[in-house]
Design a binder for this molecule. Structure first.
Ligand code: NIG
Ligand code: FE
Length: 396
């Protein structure tokens, strides 16, 4: 047993509030779980003691929505958008996701691993302890599998990885008919699942991607395999995706700028988490804000994530996302931190992390700071001192 003592703990215990313990301690057992959390003065005796010297401690960050594995980059599209072309126009002209598909298909597993490793290390360096990675730039059985295998291998960097099958991301060039492609994407899933490569299934429901009826076929396949679903929903328009996803008790609906009251209600009833992605909102210069007040009123848990991808959100900074969630969406710093910890975990169906309370994993970050709101107030900074994954130090 190891005792960490003398920290300013932002435990996030309970459903709201920072859960601050000004001079707090945590006892970690041999399995990397929090045995006890409380005041340093009341801490139990332990064989090993680490002093935190008043540093700020939060739960480890959970980045619950990334597209971290891919080939190439799309900085050219950044320039195109600056010259007035929209994300949807670029996609319809064969750029966008499809251009990353071409680059990903042309990359070996070693190449994909090398580039994804650099990105994962950047996220880890800002305190990420749980990382979700989606497929969706392969769009054929082999390349989707290659992406998911690479994602799994990122775990050796010292981060807990969750993988999501996103074959229903775009229509690949060899298919003329979207329904035919959806049939193929559904067919590939069982083998990938048997290989242990899939924790959840996602789709992109949008006028430039797939219809609710097509998404439903993917979700039916997931459901038959016992896999939970999530959805890229209402990013560019209201397609009724959130209502559909909620009817499958989706773990999360993500983006949601165009989400309406019916979708909010359905998500609230299903316990579906709203994952807001300020990086994509910012980079696409979106002006339609996600319905934050409606989500709050309905009691929908709100997560935030980097949505790292080469097109709409090429960021590797979860801390910047906290700041943007506050400045752009008017979330509170506390909501932003909960969004990157406990609610990010919920968006992945994980209940064993995201709060510093007994019984949870000992995944936490030690920061050079006094109050947790500083993490959201500053931007372009990285005050991480140490990152602990399941009780193991030296991961920062
Ligand atoms: O989450 N919206 C769809 N998928 C990604 C973007 C993918 C891309 O542009 O490469 C997203 O924003
Ligand atoms: Fe995404």
């Amino acid at each position: 047993m190891k005792l960490w003592r003398g920290g300013r703990l932002a435990t996030l215990a309970g459903e709201q509030g920072w859960g601050l313990i000004a001079d707090g301690a945590m006892l970690v057992d041999g399995d990397g779980m929090l045995q006890w959390v409380g005041q340093s003065a009341e801490a139990p005796v332990a064989d090993e003691v680490a002093e935190l010297h008043g540093a700020l401690v939060t739960p480890g960050l959970v980045d619950c929505h990334t597209h971290l594995v891919y080939g190439g980059n799309r900085a050219n599209e950044f320039e195109q958008r600056l010259h007035g072309q929209s994300y949807a126009e670029i996609a319809r002209a064969g750029g966008g996701i499809k251009s990353t598909v071409a680059a990903t298909r042309g990359a070996t597993e070693a190449e994909l691993l090398a580039s994804a490793t650099k990105r994962a290390l950047a996220l880890i360096a800002e305190g990420v302890t749980t990382l979700e990675v989606k497929s969706g730039y392969g769009l054929d059985a082999d390349t989707e599998a290659r992406m998911l295998r690479v994602a799994r291998r990122l775990a050796s960097l010292g981060v807990d990885v969750r993988t999501t099958y996103l074959a229903a991301h775009a229509l690949p060039p060899e298919f003329a008919d979207a329904d035919d492609y959806i049939a193929a994407a559904c067919q590939w899933l069982p083998a990938l699942h048997r290989e242990g490569l899939v924790d959840a299934v996602d789709a992109f429901c949008e006028h430039i991607a797939f219809s609710p009826a097509q998404v439903a076929r993917v979700f039916d396949t997931a459901q038959r395999l016992g896999l939970p679903v999530k959805l890229h929903a209402e990013q560019l328009s209201d397609q009724g995706g959130a209502r559909l996803a909620a009817s499958y008790r989706a773990l999360s609906c993500d983006h949601l700028e165009y989400l309406g009251p019916a979708g909010i209600q359905a998500m609230a009833e299903a316990g579906t988490v709203a994952v807001l992605l300020p990086g994509a909102f910012y980079a696409l210069r979106e002006t339609q804000l996600p319905p934050l007040e409606g989500l709050r009123e309905a009691g929908v848990p709100i997560a935030i994530a980097t949505d790292h991808n080469p097109g709409s959100s090429p960021t590797l900074s979860p801390l910047l996302m906290m700041n943007m969630a506050c400045v752009l969406f008017r979330m509170t710093p506390e909501e932003a931190l909960r969004g990157l910890t406990v609610n990010g975990a919920r968006a992945l169906g994980l209940r064993d992390r995201g709060q510093l309370v007994a019984g949870q994993r000992a995944d936490f970050c030690v920061w050079d700071g006094g109050h947790p709101r500083e993490l959201a107030a500053c931007f372009g900074h990285n005050p991480l001192v140490e990152r602990v994954l399941k009780g193991n130090q030296g991961e920062a």
